[in-house]
Design a protein. Structure first.
Length: 201
């Protein structure tokens, strides 16, 4: 199998980007992108560290990030699995990317920038949900913002294909397989409905 080894080879295959693809990029959150990001309750954050890359889903019951100004986003870090892979990476390498999705829309908005982690009390207070506070906040300094072509979501029919989860392995069954039965996956799965009620925030 042969592999592409140069930018020139890639450009020969793909040609030049359209005017729209070039003009959609801004270096700040303009009003149109502000409206889009404010509507999004779900995003994924990509980070990179010395151990490799990581992509993590983030969600909230309202807007997933707080827009502090046209150049700064605040992403609260709510209760999770405590692996803190994204946060570890940010301490090693500030570069991050965010991808915002809105249910029903085939477009997504992407933000590339640099991140820092803070436990500023005033900021934590402003992000309070249901009596709980995030453990920390990821502040993203915006480098570029742009919308993504809708073709990927259109091809996947993400919003129109209904529930596709029937028959998928559960987290408990995955843990059971990895540990050759040492981990009690059934107990893990059966306790989840009560666990998440206590640990969602």
């Amino acid at each position: 199998m042969e592999f592409i080894e140069s930018i020139e080879e890639l450009e020969k295959i793909y040609g030049s980007p359209s005017d729209a693809a070039l003009n959609k990029v801004t270096n700040k959150i303009i009003s149109s992108y502000r409206a889009w990001i404010k509507r999004s309750s779900f995003c994924v954050i990509a980070s990179v560290g010395c151990e490799g890359t990581d992509v993590s889903p983030r969600g909230d019951d309202g807007q997933v990030v707080k827009i502090l100004n046209e150049k700064t986003l605040a992403l609260p870090d709510w209760k999770g699995n405590q692996r803190i892979d994204t946060l570890r990476n940010i301490l090693e390498d500030e570069r991050v990317s965010l991808l915002f999705m809105v249910s029903g829309s085939n477009n997504v908005v992407r933000v590339n920038g640099r991140a820092r982690i803070t436990t500023d009390q005033e900021l934590l207070e402003s992000l309070k949900r249901n009596g709980a506070y995030p453990k920390s906040v990821v502040l993203v300094k915006v480098g570029e913002v742009y919308f993504q072509c809708a073709r990927a979501l259109m091809r996947s029919n993400l919003w129109g294909s209904g529930d596709q989860s029937s028959g998928l392995p559960t987290p408990g069954s995955i843990l059971n397989e990895i540990t050759s039965g040492v981990f009690d996956g059934e107990v893990y799965d059966s306790s989840w409905p009560e666990r998440y009620k206590k640990e969602l925030w």
